[in-house]
Design a protein around this ligand. Sequence first.
Ligand code: NAD
Ligand code: FES
Length: 292
Amino acid sequence: MYKIVDKRILAPNIYLMDVEAPRLAKAAKPGQFLIVKMHEKGERIPLTICDYDADKGTVTIVFQTLGKSTKEMAAFEKGDSFADFAGPLGQPSEMVHEDLESLKNKRIMFIAGGVGTAPVYPQVKWLYERGIKADVIVGCKNKDMLILEDEMKKVAGNLYVATDDGSYGFKGMVTDCLKKLVLEDGKRYDLVVAIGPMIMMKFVAKLTKELDIPTIVSLNPIMVDGTGMCGACRVTVGGETKFACVDGPEFNGHLVDFDEAMRRQTMYKSEEAQAEFRKEHKHEGGCGCCEE
Ligand code: NAD
Ligand code: FES
């Protein structure tokens, strides 16, 4: 069992939990995810790791209540325990394998959308701990939906907040903010890492292609079971079939077929639709043999 040692509400329907998981905390790297199960027969929920503390033996998760399972999860309190908390899963971010000296010369911009701010944080923190300060744009609907601002301020070079309604910081979407920084303010970036809703990553990748800035995106939102078995996260990247949960979650944003991935995401939108799809297609594995 995995005990919740802290719980906070970050914004309406967005929760943070610190969970006791010493082995996971020791092994976790930025970009990886884990799978939570509330009880033996509970749904498997894949979540990108938001933070980890090997000394305390805790792992931090941040989630938004979207369906039945996440609502049940939000009802868990400090002292309650998850039946399963498995990970780290997926491939760590590319930067973890990069030569530190060449990384130090890179001007990196992270673009975080809404709840996607949580998985951006460990990457920016990892760089900061190695003497590298990356810039960050956090985009959210309004000031009330902004999360982890103080934490991000401590580890980012420059933090730019963009709100859709202009209630705080820059008024507009993250793409408008990046456009302003690069085209009007003369900022230069060698790499953009975008994590947030699929639609945001699609348009960030479209813009950075025009601006000629290599871009990484995280396809966590299309995962369902996170094990390579259900086939839900199948995505075309540069003409090749990949599975976000096994080969990713991070991919070259300029090569991802977002429209196809978003169509598949809609198909798996509700638990009911997922169950129906499996029943109808008798889908068993992630082997790809049954591709349309
Ligand atoms: P949101 O809808 O509030 O969007 C956040 C920001 O994204 C907006 O403020 C805007 O700046 C930008 N954005 C949205 N649409 C855009 C567009 N068409 N063009 C340019 N920019 C655009 O975000 P939310 O409600 O917090 O999003 C929740 C989503 O984030 C869920 O779908 C979840 O799956 C996803 N998520 C993704 C990851 C990941 O690893 N990629 C992690 C956690 C959550
Ligand atoms: Fe099921 Fe990747 S989430 S195969």
